[in-house]
Design a protein around this ligand. Structure first.
Ligand SMILES: NC(=O)N[C@@H](CC(=O)O)C(=O)O
Ligand SMILES: [Zn+2]
Ligand SMILES: [Zn+2]
Length: 439
C-alpha cells in the first residue's frame, strides 16, 4: 500500500533555479525548504548532489498491459519503470484483455496500482464496449467506482463513428470527464505501416497519411465545440495537427494535446533498416513535423508530453516490418529525450520541463495532488534529476518486461536520480557517482 513517508532531500535546486537547498518532508508533505535542515524523524535521506528538483511527472498515456499481456508488462513492472523515469502518476490505457470498459476492470487496475505503491496508477476507461466502436461503455459507472475514472479513450483505435463520438463528448461533459482521442481515420490507414511520404514510397511501405490524423482532429474539435465539451488529442504527430489545434483554440474550443518523446526526437529516416522497433502509431513523421511539434510544445499549443509507453514481446517486434506490432517503450527514457530535444536546444528551461511533464498533465485530468508547486504544505511527489550526467540506453537494462526501445545504444543527457511518491522513495540510483544502477 502507498503510505506517506518522511524524507530529507539535500542539496537540490528546485526547478534548477538559484542556490541548492534542502527539502524536508514529513508524512508525505513538504514541511520545510532551506539550508542545513535537520532530518525529520524516520526520514529517508536523498543526496541531491546539486541536481534539479522537479514535481513528479504525470503521464496521461501508457500501456501497462495488465490484464492480459503480463508477458510484456505488468502493473508492477510498469510502475517500477515509471518510478525510475521520474513519474509519480501514470494513466494506464484501456486496450487490455479484457478491455477496461467496465468498473470491475478499472477498479482492479486501480487496486493493483495502490498495492504496488510505486506510482499512482489511474486506469483509463474505454469509450466504447470492447473498443469495438459500436456502443458506448458505462463511463458513469467507471467514474463512480473506487478508481474514479476521469480519462476515457479507445486508444489503439479511433472512436471513428462521428455520431458515437458526438454522444460520447456530450456524456463526458455531463460526467465531468475527459475523452482522449487516438486520431486515425481507419479508412485512410488500411494496411498502413509507415508515414505516407517519400521514405515509405522508396522503401515500399504502405503509407499512413497525415490527413488520417488531421481530419479526425478537425472533426473532433468541431464536435467538442458543439457539445460544449473538452477533448484531448493523444500523440499529436503532424505539423497540420498543430495548426488545427491553434485554430481551434482561437475559436475558444476546449482542446488539449499531448506529444510523445519519440515524435519529438525521431523521424521516418529511421525506417531505412526495416527494423520493427521503429514502427509506431501514429508513425514517425518527417523532420518538418518534428520541428513543428517541438515549437508547439515550447509555445504551449501542445500542452504536454505523454509517453505512449507501449511494450511488446520481442517476437512481435523482431519480425517483418509489416507484421511488427506498433509501439515503443518510453517511461524510463522520456525525461532524457525531453532534455535532449527541448532543454538542450533552449526551447524549454527546467520550469518549462516541469510544466509539460507534470503541471499541465495533472491540470488536464484534474489531479489535485500531482503537478503541484514545490512549496511548504504541498504533497511531496518529487523527482531529483542530475542534469549534467548522460547515460546509454540498453533495453535489457530497463525495468520494463519488454525491451522495444528505439533509443537502444543512444547516449542521452539527464539522469533521474530519485523519485518520491508522497515522501516515500520509489526509485533511487545506487551509488552517488554511477548511473545505470538502481538500489
Ligand atoms: N502507439 C502504438 O503504436 N501502440 C499502442 C496503441 C496506440 O497508442 O495507439 C499499443 O497499445 O501498442
Ligand atoms: Zn493511440
Ligand atoms: Zn497508446
Amino acid at each position: 500500500m502507498t503510505v506517506a513517508g518522511s524524507a530529507l532531500i539535500t542539496n537540490v535546486r528546485p526547478y534548477g533555479d538559484g542556490d541548492p537547498v534542502d527539502v524536508a518532508v514529513v508524512d508525505g508533505v513538504i514541511a520545510a525548504i532551506g539550508s542545513g535542515l535537520d532530518a525529520p524523524e524516520g526520514a529517508e535521506i536523498v543526496d541531491g548532489r546539486g541536481g534539479v528538483l522537479l514535481p513528479g511527472f504525470v503521464d496521461l498515456h501508457a500501456h501497462l498491459r495488465e490484464p492480459g499481456r503480463e508477458d510484456t508488462e505488468t502493473i508492477a513492472s510498469g510502475s517500477l519503470a515509471a518510478a525510475r523515469g521520474g513519474y509519480t502518476a501514470v494513466f494506464a490505457m484501456a486496450n487490455t484483455a479484457p478491455v477496461a470498459d467496465n468498473s470491475s476492470i478499472t477498479d482492479l487496475v486501480w487496486r493493483l496500482g495502490r498495492e504496488i505503491g510505486l506510482v499512482d496508477v489511474h486506469p483509463v476507461g474505454a469509450v466504447t464496449v470492447g473498443l469495438a466502436g459500436e456502443q458506448l461503455a458505462e463511463m458513469g459507472m467507471m467514474a463512480d467506482g473506487v478508481a474514479k475514472v476521469r480519462l476515457f479513450s479507445d486508444d489503439g483505435k479511433c472512436v471513428h463513428d462521428p455520431v458515437l463520438m458526438k454522444r460520447a463528448l456530450e456524456y463526458s461533459r455531463g460526467l465531468g470527464v475527459l475523452i482522449s482521442q487516438h486520431s486515425e481515420d481507419p479508412r485512410l490507414t488500411v494496411g498502413a505501416v509507415a508515414h505516407d511520404g517519400p521514405t515509405a514510397a522508396r522503401l515500399g511501405l504502405a503509407g499512413w497519411p497525415r490527413a488520417a490524423e488531421e481530419s479526425i482532429v478537425a472533426r473532433d474539435a468541431l464536435l467538442a465545440r458543439d457539445a460544449g465539451a473538452r477533448v484531448h488529442i493523444a500523440h499529436a504527430s503532424t505539423a497540420g495537427t498543430v495548426e488545427l489545434i491553434r485554430w481551434a483554440r482561437s475559436q475558444g474550443i476546449d482542446i488539449t494535446a499531448e506529444v510523445t518523446p519519440h515524435h519529438l526526437l525521431l523521424d521516418d529516416s529511421r525506417l531505412e533498416t526495416y527494423d520493427g522497433v521503429n514502427k509506431v502509431n501514429p508513425p514517425l513523421r518527417e523532420a518538418s513535423d518534428v520541428a513543428a511539434l517541438r515549437r508547439a510544445l515550447a509555445d504551449g499549443i501542445v500542452d504536454c508530453v505523454a509517453t505512449d509507453h507501449a511494450p511488446h514481446a520481442s517476437q512481435e517486434k523482431c519480425c517483418e516490418f509489416s507484421q511488427a506490432r506498433p509501439g515503443m517503450l518510453n517511461l524510463e527514457t522520456a525525461l532524457s529525450v525531453i532534455v535532449e530535444t527541448m532543454l538542450v536546444p533552449g526551447l524549454l528551461d527546467w520550469r518549462g520541463v516541469a510544466r509539460v511533464m507534470s503541471e499541465r498533465p495533472a491540470e488536464i485530468v484534474g489531479l489535485d495532488d500531482q503537478g503541484r508547486p514545490i512549496a511548504v504544505g504541498e504533497p511531496a511527489n518529487l523527482t531529483v534529476v542530475d542534469p549534467d550526467q548522460e547515460w546509454t540506453v540498453r533495453g535489457d537494462g530497463l525495468a520494463s518486461k519488454s525491451s522495444n526501445t528505439p533509443y537502444e545504444e543512444m547516449t542521452l543527457p539527464g539522469v533521474v536520480r530519485a523519485t518520491l511518491l508522497r515522501g516515500r522513495v520509489t526509485a533511487r540510483r545506487a551509488a552517488a557517482d554511477t548511473v545505470g544502477e538502481w538500489s
